[in-house]
Design a protein around this ligand. Structure first.
Ligand code: HEM
Length: 101
C-alpha cells in the first residue's frame, strides 16, 4: 500500500482523493455485507470491524507516502540535509514533547 501511495504521488493526485477513494470503497462495500449475510448480524459486525481495520491501515500507509514525499520536497527546496532535519526534529521534540518523524 505504501507503493500504491508512491504511484499516486507520482501521478500528482492530491492526497484528499486517497481519503475520498477509501470512503467510496466503504460506501459500496459495506452495504454488500448486509446483502450477503442477511440474517447474521454477528458475522456482519465481525467483518465490519476487520474491514474497517484493513481500510484504515491501507489509508494510513498510502498517506505516509505523501508525507515522505512532502518532506523530501521540503528538504530539496530548502537545501536542508537529513542530518540537520533530524537535529531540528529532536530539538523540537525536546522542547515541546511532540514527536516529529
Ligand atoms: C483508495 C483509493 C485508491 C486506491 C486503493 C488505488 C489503487 C491503485 C493501484 C493499486 C494502482 C496501481 C499501482 C501500481 O502501479 O503499482 C493505482 C494506480 C493509479 N491510480 Fe489509483 N487508487 C486509488 C485512488 C485513485 C484516484 C482517486 C485516482 C484518480 C482520480 C487514481 C488514479 C490512479 C492513476 C492515474 C494510477 C496510475 C495508473 C498507471 O499506472 O498508469 N487512483 N491505483
Amino acid at each position: 500500500m505504501h507503493r500504491v501511495g508512491v504511484v499516486h504521488v507520482q501521478v500528482k493526485l492530491p492526497d484528499k482523493f486517497m481519503t475520498s477513494g477509501i470512503a467510496l470503497i466503504n460506501k459500496h462495500l459495506i452495504p454488500l455485507l448486509s446483502d450477503i449475510y442477511t440474517d447474521d448480524v454477528a458475522k456482519i459486525g465481525a467483518l465490519l470491524k476487520a474491514f474497517n481495520a484493513a481500510a484504515s491501515f491501507c489509508l494510513l500507509l498510502m498517506l505516509d507516502s505523501y508525507r515522505g514525499h512532502e518532506l523530501e520536497r521540503f528538504m530539496d527546496v530548502t537545501g536542508i540535509s537529513k542530518a540537520l532535519y533530524a537535529n531540528l526534529a529532536a530539538a523540537y521534540r525536546e522542547k515541546t514533547g511532540v514527536p516529529v518523524d
